[in-house]
Design a protein around this ligand. Sequence first.
Ligand code: NAD
Length: 484
Amino acid sequence: MASRVIPVEPFDLVIFGGTGDLAQRKILPSLFRRFIEGQMPPEARIIGAARSALDDRGYREMVAEAVRAHVSPHRCTEKNLAAFLKTIFYVPVDARGETGWEALKARMRPGVVQAFYFSVGPGLFGDLAQRLKSHAIAGETARIVVEKPFGHDLASARALNATLAAHFREQYIYRIDHYLGKETVQNLMALRFGNMLFEPLWNAQYVDHVQITVAETVGVGGRGSYYDHAGAMRDMVQNHLMQLLCLTAMEPPSKFDPDAVRDEKLKVIRALKHVELPEIVRGQYLAGPDTPSYREDVDNPDSTTESYIALKLEIANWRWNGTPFYLRTGKRLKARLSEIVIQFKEPPHSIFDSPPGQGANELSIRLQPDEGMDLKVTIKEPGPGGMRLIDVPLDMTFAEALGEEVADAPDAYERLIMDVIRGNQTLFMRGDEVEAAWAWTDPIIAEWEARDQRPLGYEPGSTGPEEAAILMHRDGRRWRELKT
Ligand code: NAD
């Protein structure tokens, strides 16, 4: 089944931080893939802008290396690459000074979509926004794209929103959470609001609980100095897990339009109850036989930052009253896995003498490593041996159902960057959503800081601290196995 590719309008996309890690690993390879798919028109231009003293040629060499390193060889042919490189330009720019701005202005063309990707630290967002306007580079409808972290707490997120709002209207600000660009996340909306089957059951009457897991096998790597000031709550829960929670729990929007969807997500965040400390487990990975401990990784022997968190959340509204959402995320765990699991209740009465728990359907929506869904259903065990029931998965792995096309599905960044050019904000976070998420996160962090709470050590390659399992056992539930 071939997916339709509709080219976007011609554009000038400036990547501030165009020589950085994110640009090289994600943004530029994603643009290359859209280019060879025919979605990026040949007259589009990508202009790298960063501090390095490069020219167009030097930057093209860097881009070629980045694309070769991150795109599969069968797509990255030299012919494709040569054509793509013709769209690439470079201007040395200092965000904090006056160097390069007039040269950048000279490179911009009238009459095309303008987008400015701020792939730099958030400390530079204000400088970039201000200079884009003071040098009259960004036109009335120019878009800016900003990366996480969007603030460190509510006060800093508000300040950042105010800084951007001084120069750009909200409808032109695209706050990226790349989880929203994943095929499965959009499929969650298609499943819920495009079918009759699920939505009538999607509430506290039929759903026992929901689990959202984002597990990583890697440690903090080279991000130690940033991560040690953030921790799993700020780095993962406040944004990625919160977004997944919102899409799972929200009411049907009246239409699939940016503000209708984001209004419903915001209502979910505002309905979250405060989480008390006994409902939260914080962990920090210990050293393994061949791996350093978290504290060694961040070079801080006294660090009390968590690399793991599990918590029980309740949503105070009619739909979810009494149905908890359990969230967990951590580094250096047993498996790399991101999934949302909707655990339905058991049938109210079994006519089959079934053991407890049988018939409690389970819908799991996987985002990583492979994208897909499966639904556990109970059927009769085949054969003449009487009426015995077994649970089987109805596998909806898209790669199998829809063929290679989907197995090679676009990366989240590909979709999101094209949405910026199309001017569609549905899969981007609005300023008030981000602030509401911080407003929920801040008091929790303040409480554990006030009590000088220390995270619990956990073995690398494990499922996290034992206390996370106890959090579930107390409610007569358990986490789904952490396996890929
Ligand atoms: P990086 O340190 O690798 O690159 C930073 C870039 O900013 C470089 O191109 C540098 O030249 C440019 N820069 C720095 N100071 C400048 C100045 N004064 N004027 C002009 N350019 C300047 O950083 P990165 O990992 O690419 O991350 C960029 C942003 O994206 C950060 O906010 C980061 O938190 C966020 N982010 C990164 C990742 C990732 O995987 N790397 C993931 C999510 C979010």
